[in-house]
Write a protein that binds this ligand. Structure first.
Ligand SMILES: [Zn+2]
Length: 227
């Protein structure tokens, strides 16, 4: 696994923070972002700060057990979940968690994003399950994501928000954006009263693209029966 340099990680985290805030994914001080920069080193965002207005000196370096290696601020309490994800998936280098409104509505309702509405979402994102309810910042929350590691690209956190992971923070953020976009299409489809997923054979054909597109997880979104 090739990790980002510390400087690249800092730049990506600050940029993702600004985009996440501007897109309305993280109100006030919500959300957290991290990057793995070595076997046992992770850079993460602090608690109690708007992710739209972070500066380099606010970021914190921790080891995979959560011990602070550098920085003056307190790391986000949610860093436990990030560290758990890095421990379970040695091939990822970035995690992004926020509360995008439409995916968070699905998270509040306990409804997974598991319908195959859009071609690219089937290939690149796949199913987004709901991790069971856990207190924010708790060890339980960190544990709640473990059964989904290696199988999916992101999760809804029940009554809480969404989290996505990838090779680096920017790509983890792209996945978070995809989750929100898919939640939006699912919501509009339900509001229109017309739920018309791709057919099962269309889904299976799309899944054959995953290896070439470098996607190794995501499960199989549900299609409708072929006519
Ligand atoms: Zn949160």
């Amino acid at each position: 696994m090739a990790y980002l340099s510390e400087m690249q990680a800092i730049e990506e985290i600050l940029e993702v923070g600004r985009r996440m805030y501007q897109r309305g994914f993280a109100n006030a001080n919500d959300g957290n972002i991290s990057a793995r920069i070595g076997e046992n080193e992770v850079i993460t965002t602090p608690s109690g700060v708007s992710k739209g207005f972070m500066t380099e000196d606010m970021l914190v370096k921790v080891d995979l057990d959560g011990n602070i290696l550098a920085g003056t601020m307190k790391p986000s309490s949610e860093v436990k979940m990030h560290l758990r994800l890095y421990k379970e998936m040695p091939d990822i280098g970035g995690v992004c968690h926020a509360h995008p409104p439409i995916s968070t509505t699905f998270a509040a309702a306990g409804i997974p994003l598991d319908q195959a509405y859009l071609q690219e979402a089937v290939v690149l994102l796949g199913v987004v399950p709901v991790a069971p309810y856990a207190m924010p910042g708790s060890v339980d929350l960190a544990e709640s994501v473990v059964p989904f590691c290696g199988k999916y690209n992101g999760l809804l956190l029940e009554h809480h928000g969404a989290v996505a992971w990838a090779a680096d923070p920017i790509h983890a953020f792209y996945r978070l954006e995809s989750i929100e976009y898919n939640a939006t299409i699912a919501m509009y489809s339900r509001l229109m009263g017309i739920e018309r997923p791709l057919t099962k054979s269309q889904v299976n054909e799309l899944l054959t693209l995953r290896p070439a597109w470098g996607v190794t997880a995501g499960g199989v979104p549900e299609g409708r029966d072929d006519e």
